[in-house]
Design a binder for this molecule. Structure first.
Ligand SMILES: [Zn+2]
Length: 96
């Protein structure tokens, strides 16, 4: 077994992905990439997290708490998995 295969097995067994970013709010691995304009990010995300990784569920929770709509500003929605990568095309974007 070569080193590359050993590393893959170790990463699988211990669920280690050294490249994956961790949300600084909830501490979970961040599988989704998205963009909103800076002015929306700054209104929704508390100052202490503004220059940190914030996952989409945490971002959505902050927007809910502050009751700020962001659906129409949402773009570049990607799922970045360990094995596959998807770019989402937004068909509909509505605020609750
Ligand atoms: Zn989070």
């Amino acid at each position: 077994m070569n080193t590359s295969n050993q590393n893959k097995i170790i990463k699988f067994l211990f669920n280690i992905n050294t490249t994956r970013q961790i949300c600084k709010v909830c501490g979970l691995p961040d599988y989704f990439n998205f963009n909103v304009p800076d002015k929306i990010w700054q209104r929704i995300v508390p100052r202490i997290y503004q220059n940190k990784v914030v996952c989409l569920p945490c971002f959505d929770r902050f927007a809910t708490i502050k009751n700020i709509n962001y659906a129409k500003y949402f773009s570049n929605f990607l799922f970045v998995g360990d094995k596959a990568y998807f770019t989402f095309k937004i068909i509909e974007a509505l605020d609750n």
